[in-house]
Write a protein that binds this ligand. Structure first.
Ligand code: HEM
Length: 715
């Protein structure tokens, strides 16, 4: 109430007197006036605080309107009599239908199909010599959210399309959000962002019939890449096994573009980011991928979620290739600003700097996986961009597209995008503003809000490395060092093993074989001659084309990079799936022994039987997870056939596909007879017969560590 001491003065300026000069040191805002208060802090669903996840979820047991009024009936609209017309006054009906009508948001223009998980990144501290980024200092632990995606398909497209995969990680660091927005290939189709709409228009379904979905096997894609030869290296990766990963957990990730790092002493270096999966890099076979897309279009997202649920947490080491920040931004003759080039690990080894573990599945797909917004310009102190013209365009594109996709400029306030450090950006208002800002002076300089917010002086401030810009003229032109489009395509080819090369050539034959225009096939085959004569001849023969007469010769001085091959070594088998076929005639001990051996190494046994229900009696009975009609070989990495199974078409198909797809197969007891009909030899590589159930299962697990029985591919 106004009084003599505190008279009512309309427009009383502030709760404290502002300083005469612009304030120079950080201090709190002057504060709200006594008559002011924002809304009581309430979660989107009416709870008092947003401390926990349950407060963000729906509240209470009763069905309510969006305003919290309890509803007695949601099954009948309000009508003029049971058979009469619906009344306009039925607010519940209109609110329910209206909200439903607006449930969809635009899908991403690229990378629309995705799956994601939460996790933690633990720094080894080994990067502190090259960057001052806080999350890469010793023992730093940072929460992360990683989204994997395909590029071309729409949101409902199948998971195992032949495509590049996105691998985007949001680090919620104490210095702000850092997004590492990479792919599972180290190179890109184009050298300049200006071409991005072109490559995407070419790869997307044809604009007339909108087919094919999520595929590059069509005319417009091959028309573009055969004419635009800077795409050649990426196209080689796209035709390789890397484009059909066995699992999102078994993919490498690459930042692709070169970044500039700065350490505490102000020294800079040029760096490429790598993710190395603990489970190794493994792929599907093409026939397997095609079957999988029909049998389980959600194969990759199911695999990721199942593995996390089973406790087989996927892990990747973050690695850095560190190159000197030289004036020409080139390393060993390779232009670091050209995103169609990689740096072979044999020339610049990858140093491990930390471990990413994904250990939590999202609670709600839309709120998290769909609404997350990555941006290669979300940087932290110690990490800066380079002049790579692709990266420069990306810096514009993501924010721009997210404005439309997420409906306005405030999407960084969505729970999944919120930084985990103080934000005082002076941005105000706009669609879907959820912050309740205080003060009157979202501008600088000001004295009315105490000069807040203050610019950081040095520590924890974002950096713009004062990189000299060469004397130049304004022009639309690429550096001459970007002209070589073939030698690294050849490098990739030479780095692959025989079976990988065979798969790659077969992929070209398949994809070009799907093009209607022979000119396009001929043009691409001519390009292949500049990569490798043998590859060109194999593909031409497969397509029934003449080998082109060309003066273009493959580069002579290319050295292979064995690190690019994915067939070598032995890898953890955790999270792999083993199909165990049994029947009511199988002794229950056999089932128990195999399941235990499989489970002991973190793999998932799935019991298959002719019918559903349980096998065995009483306490030892085991639930049947797949029946003959719900299973298909592509779901399993290996198959164990228990005793007591009768021959059937379903089992023949299972075994012959598993054999053709180079999967280990083990038999117990009399199950050897099942191999006769599909014509499989007991001595074939990767076939384990004749021992007890535990012994053959262990042999099968040991074989699985090499991913597939590669020796069988030679047969
Ligand atoms: C090095 C090359 C590139 C890589 C590694 C890359 C990677 C990615 C990834 C991983 C995503 C999915 C992010 C998510 O999960 O939400 C994405 C989305 C996207 N990318 Fe790129 N991209 C590259 C080049 C470009 C270029 C050159 C442009 C445009 C000039 C571009 C525009 C977009 C757009 C518009 C989205 C959708 C973003 C959204 O709606 O949230 N990308 N990119």
């Amino acid at each position: 109430m106004p009084s003599e001491e505190n008279p009512f003065i309309p427009g009383k300026p502030a709760s404290a007197t502002p300083e005469f000069e612009e304030p120079q040191c950080p201090q709190g805002p002057l504060g709200s006036k006594p008559d002011q208060s924002g809304p009581r802090p309430t979660t989107p669903t009416g709870a008092d605080s947003a401390d926990g996840q349950t407060e963000q979820a729906q509240q209470g047991e009763y069905h309510t309107t969006a305003q919290g009024g309890r509803l007695p009936d949601t099954n009948h609209s309000l009508k003029a009599g049971a058979r009469g017309p619906v009344l306009l006054q039925d607010h519940h009906l209109r609110e329910k239908i209206t909200h439903f009508d607006h449930e969809r948001i635009p899908e991403r223009v690229v990378h629309a199909r995705g799956a994601a998980a939460h996790g933690t990144f633990v720094s080894y501290g080994t990067a502190s010599t090259v960057t001052k980024a806080g999350f890469l200092q010793p023992e730093a632990e940072t929460e992360v959210f990683t989204r994997f995606s395909t590029v071309v398909g729409s949101r409902g497209s199948p998971d195992v399309a032949r495509d590049t995969r996105g691998f985007a990680t949001k680090f919620y660091t104490s210095e702000g959000v850092f997004d590492l927005v990479g792919n599972n290939f180290p190179v890109f189709f184009i050298q300049d962002a200006m071409k991005f709409p072109d490559i995407v228009h070419a790869a997307k379904p044809h604009p007339d019939r909108e087919i094919p979905q999520a595929q590059s096997a069509h005319d417009t894609f091959w028309d573009f890449v055969s004419l635009h030869t800077e795409a050649t290296h990426h196209t080689m990766w796209q035709m390789s096994d890397r484009a059909i990963p066995r699992s999102l957990r078994m993919m490498e990730g690459f930042g692709v573009n070169t970044f500039r790092l700065e350490n505490a002493a102000g020294e800079t270096s040029l760096v490429k980011f790598h993710w190395k999966p603990e489970n190794g890099v493994h792929s599907l076979l093409w026939e397997e991928a095609q079957l999988t897309n029909g049998f389980d279009p959600d194969f990759h997202r199911r695999d990721l979620a199942d593995a996390i649920e089973a406790g087989a947490y996927p892990r990747w080491e973050l690695g850095l290739q560190v190159m000197p920040d030289s004036e020409d931004e080139t390393f060993e003759g390779i232009d670091l600003l050209d995103p169609t080039k990689l740096i072979p690990e044999e020339l610049a080894p990858v140093t491990s700097v930390g471990m990413l573990t994904l250990d939590r599945n999202p609670e709600n797909y839309f709120a998290e996986t769909e609404q997350v917004a990555f941006h290669p310009g979300h940087l932290v102190p110690g990490i800066d961009v380079t002049n790579d013209p692709l990266l420069q365009g990306r810096l514009f594109s993501y924010l721009d597209t997210q404005m439309t996709r997420l409906g306005g400029p405030n999407f960084s306030e969505l729970p999944i995008n919120r930084p985990r450090c103080p934000v005082n950006d002076m941005f105000r208002d706009g669609m879907h503003q959820t912050a309740v800002h205080q003060g009157v002076a979202p501008y600088k300089p000001n004295s009315l809000d105490g000069g807040n917010p203050f610019s950081s002086k040095g520590e924890h401030a974002l950096i713009d490395v004062p990189q000299p810009v060469a004397e130049s003229v304004k022009e639309r032109r690429a550096s001459a060092s970007f002209d070589d489009h073939f030698s690294q395509a050849r490098l990739f080819w030479l780095s692959l093993t025989g079976i990988e090369r065979q798969h790659l050539a077969e992929a070209f034959i398949f994809e070009l074989g799907k093009c209607y225009e022979e000119t396009i096939r001929q043009r691409e085959v001519k390009n292949l001659a500049a990569i490798d004569r043998g590859l060109c001849e194999t593909v031409a023969e497969g397509l029934g084309l003449d080998v082109p007469q060309t003066t273009e010769q493959p580069a002579a001085d290319v050295t292979a990079s064995p690190a690019l091959s994915q067939i070598s070594g032995r890898w953890p088998v955790a999270g792999r799936k083993v199909g165990l076929v049994a029947s009511a005639n199988t002794p229950i001990e056999q089932i128990t022994v195999v399941r235990k051996a499989v489970g002991d190494v973190g793999m998932v046994p799935l019991l298959i039987a002719p019918r559903g229900g349980r096998l065995g009696e009483g306490n030892t009975a085991v639930a049947v997870e797949r029946t003959y009609s719900t299973m298909r070989s592509v779901e399993f990495d290996a198959v164990v056939l228990a005793g007591g199974i009768e021959t059937s078409t379903a089992i023949d198909v299972l075994i012959s596909e598993a054999w053709r797809h180079l999967k280990p197969i083990a038999t117990c007891d009399d199950a050897e007879h099942l191999l006769e009909e599909p014509g499989i030899g007991l001595d074939d590589p990767g076939i384990f017969c004749g021992g007890g159930p535990e012994e053959v299962t262990k042999q099968l697990i040991a074989a699985l560590a090499e991913h597939r029985t590669w020796a069988r591919a030679e047969m």
